[in-house]
Design a protein around this ligand. Structure first.
Ligand code: GRF
Length: 209
């Protein structure tokens, strides 16, 4: 049985591209069955179509309206379920998914986060050199790492639980911060690691399935 993967994106989709490239060279041991975006201008949709992968845009127009958001999420879940994925990868998907969504796909959702996270939901994380740094959560963690003057940051792939930017860690990689780093230069170096890591994790989960 083919291991089927759905990838959710909100932006450029360079991590999705790494997965598409791995699939194109038969290195994924799985099939990207569907790409979904929550916005029409997400370039990840084009990347999917260029690889003949089904792509859907399910826009969320009024995210603060509870009823509209719940209906959007049900629609999103219905579309994903129709493609019968074994794994759902949040690859730069900038929406928090509710417990109702996660209950529908138990243990199937993984997320990429551009900072180091601990396995225990704690407030700090220890680097390989034994330095304790804050566990950065939220949508601005690359800027936060610079603002806090951290010597090192990184990226994490973790299983998604109802707690935001939490859940068992599947893999992580460290990225030292350079004195002249800007948010852009640092994020790009983190993303080089992220692209490698997400392919490794998906390969591993596909092999273990
Ligand atoms: C990555 O840094 C990911 O960790 C974060 O959003 C970024 C997505 O990059 N959640 P891309 O769209 O795959 O280039």
């Amino acid at each position: 049985m083919t291991f089927r993967i759905a990838v959710l994106v909100s932006g450029g989709g360079s991590n999705l591209q790494a997965l598409l490239d791995a699939q194109a060279s038969d290195a994924l041991n799985g099939e990207i069955a569907l790409v979904v975006a929550d916005r029409a201008d997400a370039y990840g949709l084009q990347r999917a179509l260029q690889h003949s992968v089904a792509a859907a845009c399910i826009p969320l127009k009024r995210p603060r309206d509870h009823a509209i958001r719940a209906a959007w999420e049900r629609r999103l879940a219905n579309v994903i379920a129709a493609f019968e994925p074994d794994l759902i990868v949040l690859a730069g998907f900038m929406r928090v998914l509710s417990p109702a969504f996660l209950e529908r796909f138990p243990d199937q959702v993984i997320n990429q986060h551009p900072a180091l996270l601990p396995d225990d939901g704690g407030a700090t994380v220890r680097t390989s050199a034994g330095i304790e740094i804050p566990a950065l959560r939220g949508a601005h963690v690359v800027a936060d790492a610079l603002r806090l003057g951290l010597p090192i940051t990184g990226c994490t792939v973790h299983r998604v639980t109802p707690a935001v930017d939490d859940g068992p860690v599947l893999a992580c990689a460290e990225t030292p911060i350079q004195p002249d780093d800007t948010e852009e230069t640092l994020h790009e170096r983190i993303k080089i690691q992220e692209r490698r890591l997400i392919v490794e994790v998906v390969q591993r989960l596909a092999n273990d399935a």
